[in-house]
Write a protein that binds this ligand. Structure first.
Ligand code: NQM
Length: 356
């Protein structure tokens, strides 16, 4: 016997996964996670028995409910379901899946559209971060049609603007959780930073790579992946995250001088597979490192003098621009981050799980 749970399969930015109303899932986190593993078909490297797409970017789940705190319209819990491990990680954020939260809330009738555009404040339960998300609702009807284009997704869609209100120290204790702008691990200089996503930035040339390799080349580079994992486990301890062996963070990022007219070239490992593009909060965090005096990105990144600063993060399938505003009194301090995403409902219906 199987039983149904209502769901909508949504693309959020360059990620995809089923979205649920919190009230349609068990409240006990262990029981909920067991169901999410079954929904996605994990653990299995092909996720053949579930909705997962056999890649971390398509093994994500969104859980949405009405906000409870003053000023908060919606609560969002993001779950990273590991493809081939029996693990559901709800500790980090996902800025890509976040782009689909307001469309999902409108599609399910949880909230109503306001006017030509609709803005809701969303609290990410994973880390307590808040953001304002604006979607296009002409004549108070949600539309996915528009002229916005994000690299990593074919075609054009309605723009979704995300304004992050507080990103520093999302999972870690602060922006620079080791207390240093640069640390040296195994003779490699790294910047450990968390402005929305715990990350370790390394110069590609310090690992004898260019930083312009293809995703396929990097995923096949077992020697590099082994070296990066050793660095990651050590960085995790330095960042106060403890043993990160079974955690999806910190994300590891190779950086190089920009090659396509952007600010910096990147290749991110999330954390064991190379990202086809770059994560949203990863891009905010990388952009913040570009601004930080003394980070491994300084001397590599091209940073505009303006405020706010548009930082174009080059990645394997294009670029991702983030708008970062710095405190004029303290130019090391990023006070606001804004960016553009798109999203789409792909399917709505019921996902079947075993009736146990
Ligand atoms: O950094 C991938 C993604 C992400 C996370 C990952 C993300 C973010 O592209 O905010 O969006 O780093 O696992 O969806």
């Amino acid at each position: 016997m199987q039983r149904p749970i209502k769901t909508m399969l949504m693309r959020g930015g360059t990620s995809r996964g089923p979205f649920f109303l919190e009230s349609d899932l068990p409240s006990d986190p262990q029981e909920r996670n067991r169901i999410l593993l079954e929904v996605m078909g994990s653990p299995d490297k092909r996720q053949i028995d579930g909705l997962g797409g056999a890649n971390p970017l398509t093994s994500k789940v969104g859980i949405v409910s009405l906000g409870k705190d003053p000023g908060v319209d919606l609560n969002f819990l993001f779950a990273q379901v590991m493809v081939d491990q029996d693990i559901v990680d709800t500790s980090p954020n996902c800025g890509n899946m976040l782009a689909a939260v307001v469309p999902f809330a409108l599609e399910t009738g949880l909230l109503k559209a306001q006017s030509e555009t609709t803005t809701f404040r969303v609290l990410t339960l994973n880390t307590g971060m808040q953001c304002d998300i604006t979607v296009q609702t002409p004549n108070k009807v949600l539309t996915y049609d528009g002229l916005a284009k994000i690299d990593g997704v074919p075609g054009f869609s309605a723009p979704i603007k995300i304004n992050f209100l507080d990103t520093a120290g999302s999972v870690c204790s602060g922006l620079l959780p080791t207390g240093h702008v640069v640390d040296t691990i195994d003779d490699i200089e790294v910047t450990c930073i968390d402005n929305g996503m715990p990350m370790v930035l390394m110069r590609a040339r310090d690992l004898s790579r260019t930083g312009y390799e293809s995703v396929a080349q990097l995923n096949a580079d077992t020697e590099l992946k082994k070296q990066i994992e050793v660095l990651r486990l050590k960085a995790g301890v330095l960042m106060g995250l403890g043993d990160v062996l079974k955690k999806s963070y910190p994300k590891m990022c190779l950086i190089a001088p920009p090659k396509e007219g952007g600010s910096i070239a990147t290749r991110c490992f999330i954390p064991h597979v190379c990202h086809e593009a770059v994560g949203v909060l990863a891009a905010v965090t990388i952009g913040s490192a570009c601004i930080l005096e003394g980070s491994v990105a300084r001397g590599i990144a091209k940073v505009p003098q303006t405020n706010p600063k548009l930082i174009s993060v080059e990645h394997p399938t294009g670029e991702f621009t983030v708008e970062l505003e710095v405190d004029p009194q303290d130019t090391q301090n990023v006070t606001k981050a804004a960016l553009l995403r798109t999203a789409r409902m792909i399917m709505r219906g019921e996902v079947m799980i075993s009736n146990t």
